[in-house]
Design a protein around this ligand. Structure first.
Ligand code: FEO
Length: 620
């Protein structure tokens, strides 16, 4: 039976899903299945955009027949000739004798290579900038070579401002009854799969994707219809902004991806200890055993993280097989603009480290950290300091990248009309947000409490997902807000803001707290009022959850003015003091290393961050 989805009043999705496919393109696992999208436009003329894979051809033909009703098919636009989108061409050619194929010259060649049909008399060849008028709609053809294959083109419908984007903006995963990205929790459930799809399928062709983004940047786009995955009709910027990062090989997150290949667990042990040292410094890490995790997942993660660590045992005088395969995959996908650290292991002749470096030297703009760690069978106690210095070097490099991207953001945002400094002019209050989940009490500092309506009396709070209080509110559905007054001492911010409830009980031994009617603690001192609320609705905003809540109780504790964010900076937060025992010499502006002495040698290099004399200034 047909299974259609309405896209707009005259556009219908006639594609199909496949959840039985084990390996997409024979190499990428698709545990969530995959969709093959095809769209039928019913204007004065009927137009089909691409077909599907042969595995779902029967369902697609049923869908198309139903969607056409008693109309004939006038045009088949072939945007991409990879067989997962073109398996139906010959069948349609024979079924619909009036159907014309619209494609570019390269596609014309490929159709003949893949299909035994004589299409010459029934093909309309188009090139960059050509259009096809179908009645109300005008379809504009834009060539997108190598946004995956050389023949790829995309189509822009200037009537409804829809971009039919071929492989661009696609995603692994069957649609499961939905069609639009806004019908699912895309950020949580599909963004990783969109990145895995992008990095593995078109990751090699960043320049070509950038060229396509540039060509389409002048179009007003209300909807994106890709060949795999969900249709975008809301928050299109969400996926566009990812494509800008991915196509320029710009890391999405500052943090460390640690990959290791370990035969007997000793290389893994060193990788674990490094990860643990980095976590102690508050640095985000992810770890992959490359003998276990599919390469497509590790490639996708490498596109996400800024710093990459490769740890491999030596095997047959080379790199361990699974690590070598991963590195081939990464270099083939053109990974670039990353900082790399290497750990090698070898019981008698360690070679893997040098070989890893050699493979990655083929990639553009890779910075190698100097301190490679070389193990002889296993990590020894005296080498822990080497792990520490690798963690230090990664930390320094990460803070430099963060600084660089902040500067880049500043420049970019100013030139793009968004000056982030404007956000600092918003006025905020400061609050202790507290919750109770079972027997656990916890609280954190927030600055985002707003009343939205009086009847019913409702407030919103936005809470960072990294906070334990966030998870507790999600579970319990209730919270208290203690509104901090100007008398609040800095130690309250230290207590509730600078430590995590995940490893401390913030209310144990904290004297100035009571329980409100909902049983949740609130601060009884340095607070002018308390609000208790029950969650009515939540909205996911990537890093934060917005809680919309009904006020269940509220009471005053004093008439003291509320502490604003500005007041906190001007009057509560201690001003930085010069260290009392500051040594005389020169301090590195990058990592704060101090060179002691009256004269800084002209060729001096900072032992920590490797910067030269230009980045030093006199102490005191
Ligand atoms: Fe699903 Fe390049 O095609």
């Amino acid at each position: 039976m047909h299974c259609l989805k309405k896209v707009t009043n005259d556009l219908i999705w006639v594609g199909a899903n496949d959840r039985r496919l084990a390996m997409f393109e024979g190499v990428y696992s698709v545990p969530g299945g995959v969709s093959y999208n095809s769209y039928l436009l019913s204007d004065e003329k009927t137009v089909l955009f691409d077909t599907v894979d042969k595995a779902v051809l029967y369902r697609f033909l049923e869908n198309l027949t139903e969607a056409l009703g008693n109309r004939k098919l006038d045009y088949l636009i072939v945007q991409h000739m990879e067989p997962d989108h073109s398996a139906g061409i010959a069948e349609l050619f024979n079924r619909y004798p009036d159907m014309k194929i619209v494609c570019n010259a390269k596609t014309f060649e490929f159709i003949k290579q893949f299909h035994n049909v004589d299409i010459d008399a029934r093909t309309q060849i188009v090139k960059e900038g050509d259009t096809l008028n179908t009645g109300r709609h005008t379809l504009n053809f834009i060539m997108a070579p190598m946004v995956h294959w050389p023949e790829v083109m995309v189509t822009y419908d200037s009537a409804d401002k829809i971009l039919f984007s071929a492989d661009a903006f696609g995603c692994f995963g069957a649609l499961n009854g939905a069609l639009f990205a806004d019908e699912v929790d895309f950020a949580q459930d599909y963004m990783d799969e969109a990145r895995r799809y992008y990095s593995n399928i078109v990751g090699k062709y960043g320049k070509q994707v950038e060229a396509l983004l540039k060509k389409t940047s002048g179009f007003e786009i209300n909807m994106i219809c890709p060949l795999h995955g969900f249709v975008w009709r809301q928050k299109i910027q969400t996926i566009l902004s990812k494509y800008i990062l991915w196509s320029s090989y710009t890391p999405e997150e500052n943090g460390v991806m640690i990959t290791y290949a370990s035969v007997y667990g000793n290389t893994e042990n060193a990788a674990e200890i490094l990860s643990s040292r980095l976590r102690d410094k508050g640095i985000k890490t992810v770890m992959f055993d490359v003998s276990v995790t599919p390469a497509s997942e590790v490639v996708a993660a490498a596109f996400k993280w800024s710093h990459l660590v490769f740890a491999s045992t030596t095997y047959n005088a080379g790199i361990f097989v699974t690590m070598e395969a991963l590195l081939s995959d990464l270099t083939a996908h053109n990974i670039q603009n990353r900082t790399v650290a290497i750990i090698e292991n070898g019981s008698w002749a360690a070679t893997s480290g040098g070989l890893i470096r050699k493979m990655l030297e083929k990639c553009a703009n890779i910075t190698f950290l100097d301190n490679m760690l070389s193990l002889k069978s296993s990590l020894k106690k005296h080498q822990l300091s080497e792990i520490d210095s690798m963690a230090d070097a990664l930390a320094v490099s990460l803070s430099l990248s963060a600084e660089k991207s902040a500067q880049a953001t500043g420049v970019q945002t100013q030139s793009n009309v968004v000056d982030i400094k404007a956000m600092f002019k918003l006025s905020y209050g400061l609050f202790v947000l507290s919750a109770k989940d079972g027997n656990k009490d916890n609280g954190c500092i927030i600055n985002t409490v707003t009343q939205i309506t009086e009847k019913p009396l409702r407030i919103t709070i936005a809470v960072n997902k990294a906070n334990l209080t966030h998870d507790m509110i999600l579970n319990s559905g209730e919270f208290n807000v203690s509104i901090l007054a100007e008398s609040v001492p800095f130690r309250v911010f230290e207590h509730f803001g600078f430590q995590s409830g995940k490893n401390t009980d913030k209310f144990a031994g904290f004297d100035n707290s009571e329980r409100a009617a909902n049983g949740i603690r609130y601060l009884a001192a340095n607070v002018n009022a308390v609000i208790s609320a029950k969650v009515a609705e939540t909205r996911d905003y990537e890093t934060h959850t917005l809680f919309i809540a009904d006020v269940t109780q509220s009471f005053m504790l004093s008439n003291e003015p509320s502490a604003t964010y500005q007041y906190y900076f001007d009057n509560i937060k201690p001003k930085p003091q010069p260290p009392k025992d500051q040594k005389k010499g020169f301090i590195c502006k990058i990592c704060a290393f101090v060179f002691e002495g009256d004269v800084l040698p002209a060729d001096y290099i900072c032992p920590l961050c490797k910067h030269g004399p230009d980045d030093f200034k006199p102490t005191g």
